[in-house]
Design a protein around this ligand. Structure first.
Ligand code: SAM
Length: 294
């Protein structure tokens, strides 16, 4: 993931310059690495068919906890949606965004592939008495939906290897504004430090930096609003062994014993033991990226 090019300037010695990054290839490589790692850990379990089958309710609890505090992305998106408009929620999960936006818009279409997420979403919408959300089971960008005024994809693009195709279809299906919410990790987090050491570059996952560069290459000069509530709550691990397993899985290194000594040292050095738990330094915030589709 790292290479050099030699560039000759007139009357000057040949200089070694960084080659520009192939952002589409980097996104694809990171998605495929993570998919392989997930497939291996889910093989032969219920999660093979539906990754969320054991976690949909837990995910809903997490959203409820996070959404109990104010959030600039939510406020901004709500302020942009005009009444009587239509909204497409791509990868709706348990339907938190769909429910929120349905209170302002005429109607919302929630696209979601996971049956267990759909189940929880359907119950939540019924409990809240929300009747203007249509759930469509399917995966973006293959699912067939009509054009909508607004489209939103909140943290649901990380498993799709062709981000250009994903975004192109969003633009085709949107009459007004496209919104993306993406992880924007700091460059000095533990995962980023490990990625830099092992791969020679600090981008440890498909994320905002890569996506924004792909948008630029598509000719999309998007606006960005960084979440103003700071970094997400730090991860915690019960032991250094558990942290190591977690980090290896995250970087798709489950079988790479050669990196263990380095990763163990890194975790020992960077994690803080507090009240019997190992706390990772906080390293992620959310970036809201939005632009006019038409
Ligand atoms: C991390 S959750 C985010 C859910 C919700 N958007 C939110 O912000 O709370 C990711 C969701 O995207 C869905 N997903 C994954 N790949 C997708 C795809 N290609 N098209 C649509 N949804 C997808 C997953 O099933 C999951 O429900």
């Amino acid at each position: 993931m790292h290479s050099h090019a030699y560039v000759a300037l007139e009357n000057e010695p040949v200089k070694e310059m960084e080659k520009s990054t192939n952002w589409n290839a980097l996104w694809q490589e990171l998605v495929e690495m993570k998919t392989r790692s997930h497939e291996k850990s889910r093989a032969g379990t219920e999660q093979e068919k539906d990754a969320w089958c054991k976690k949909a309710l837990e995910f809903k609890e997490g959203v409820k906890r996070r959404w109990s505090k104010p959030d600039s992305s939510r406020d901004f998106i709500l302020s942009q949606i005009s009444p009587d408009s239509t909204v497409l929620d791509i990868g709706a999960g348990v339907g938190a965004w769909s429910a929120l936006l349905a209170r302002k818009a005429k109607n919302v279409t929630a696209v979601e592939p996971s049956p267990s997420m759909i189940n929880v979403m359907r119950n939540s919408l019924a409990e809240e008495g929300i009747a203007n959300v249509a759930i469509v089971q399917g995966s973006w960008p293959d699912v067939q939906v009509e054009p909508h005024d607004y489209s939103l994809c909140s943290h649901s693009m990380y498993g799709y290897p062709d981000l250009t195709g994903f975004v192109r279809r969003m633009v085709e299906t949107t009459r007004k504004t496209c919104f993306l919410l993406l992880r924007a990790p700091t460059l000095d987090g533990v995962r980023s430090e490990a990625a830099r050491h092992i791969w020679g570059q600090p981008l440890d996952s498909p994320n905002f930096t890569i996506a924004f560069n792909i948008l630029l290459q598509m000719g999309i000069y998007a606006n960005v609003l960084m979440e103003n509530t700071g970094l997400w709550k730090p991860r915690k691990s019960a032991s250094l062994q558990e942290a190591l397993k977690d980090l290896k899985r995250y970087l798709g290194l489950d079988n790479a014993a050669e990196h263990e000594p380095y990763l163990k040292e890194l975790l020992k050095h960077r994690l803080k033991l507090q009240g019997g738990c190992y706390f990772w330094p906080p390293e992620v915030r959310s970036a809201l990226v939005y632009w006019q589709a038409k």
